[in-house]
Design a protein around this ligand. Structure first.
Ligand SMILES: Nc1ncnc2c1ncn2[C@@H]1O[C@H](COP(=O)(O)OP(=O)(O)OP(=O)(O)O)[C@@H](O)[C@H]1O
Ligand SMILES: [Mg+2]
Length: 261
């Protein structure tokens, strides 16, 4: 058992399709490759992180829904799935999770369910990476109530850049109201394609923007079809095609994150 000093990182952006899930899966894989103990928590009812790790949720197997709902006796420890990759564990999600929103609507302290559920197991991991849906739903609020760091993937596309301010304001609000420790610890440029002028322009804007420049990772995630392909076959790209750009970019991100501590 490790000392209770693991890093708890939410990967969040209210904008959809910016690379949140792929970052959770592949950063998780790359950190496990660096001998870290990693828990991925899938808090998106779409369950893309679960599928992207090749995990099929069997009937009666507990998921993130069970650990935040009132109705089941399952603990977070019951819900942990060991992936085929050493050091990489998952608490899977399922579509049931979308029901928790309505079910808990009148519950006091509903935003702290995940934090309470993971209190007993968090000390066993070096990293807990939390995948969130593209909305400020109860799931996302539960993640932000528990996490200390937020890693924000930003697609190198104009609309994604414009949406960043809103996300930062959301985090400020969560810090004021729910979780005084939370802060954005990194902005990650994704879907970068140096051949397109728009990609280069947005990366330059991120590098020069007062609010983001110090948070921006030097590592940039390039558009690489192998990343999408590996998610499709349920394997982190670092284990699927070690020599791909995608694997290289996520390995560099893991090293940079370790160095930033
Ligand atoms: N660097 C990349 N190169 C190529 N394809 C990518 C890359 N990153 C992500 N993708 C693909 O783009 C799609 C969106 O990525 P992803 O699912 O990670 O985004 P998301 O932010 O989690 O989306 P959502 O908001 O719906 O949860 C997926 O099909 C994924 O496989
Ligand atoms: Mg996703």
């Amino acid at each position: 058992m490790h000392a209770n000093q693991g890093r708890i990182i939410a990967v969040a952006n209210e904008k959809g399709g910016v690379g949140k899930t792929v970052t959770v899966i592949n950063l998780g894989g790359a950190l496990a490759m660096e001998q870290k103990k990693v828990l991925i928590v899938d808090m998106d009812p779409q369950a893309n992180a679960t599928k992207g790790l090749g995990v099929e949720v069997e009937e009666n197997k507990p998921t993130t829904y069970d650990i935040i709902s009132n109705d089941t006796p399952h603990t977070a420890a019951d819900a942990i799935v060991h992936t085929p990759w050493e050091g990489l564990d998952l608490i899977p999600s399922s579509v049931d999770l979308s029901g928790a929103e309505i079910e808990l609507v009148d519950e006091q302290g509903r935003e702290n369910r995940l934090k309470e559920a993971l209190a007993d197991i968090k000390g066993a991991y070096d990293f807990i990476l939390l995948d969130t849906p593209p909305s400020l739903s109860l799931m996302t609020v539960n993640v932000l109530a528990f996490a200390i760091e937020v890693l924000v993937p930003c697609q190198t596309h104009p609309y994604a850049f414009e949406a960043l301010d809103e996300l930062f304001d959301t985090i400020d609000m969560v810090r004021a109201e729910i979780n005084p420790d939370i802060h954005v610890s990194g902005v990650l440029a994704t879907f970068y394609d140096k051949r397109t002028r728009i990609s280069r322009m947005i990366l330059d804007k991120l590098k020069s923007d007062e609010r983001y420049k110090d948070l921006l990772f030097d590592t940039v995630i390039r558009t690489n079809t192998t990343i999408a392909e590996s998610a499709g076959v349920g394997r982190p790209v670092v284990f699927y095609r070690k020599s791909s750009y995608g694997a290289g970019d996520y390995k560099n991100l893991a090293r940079e994150l370790l160095a930033r501590s």
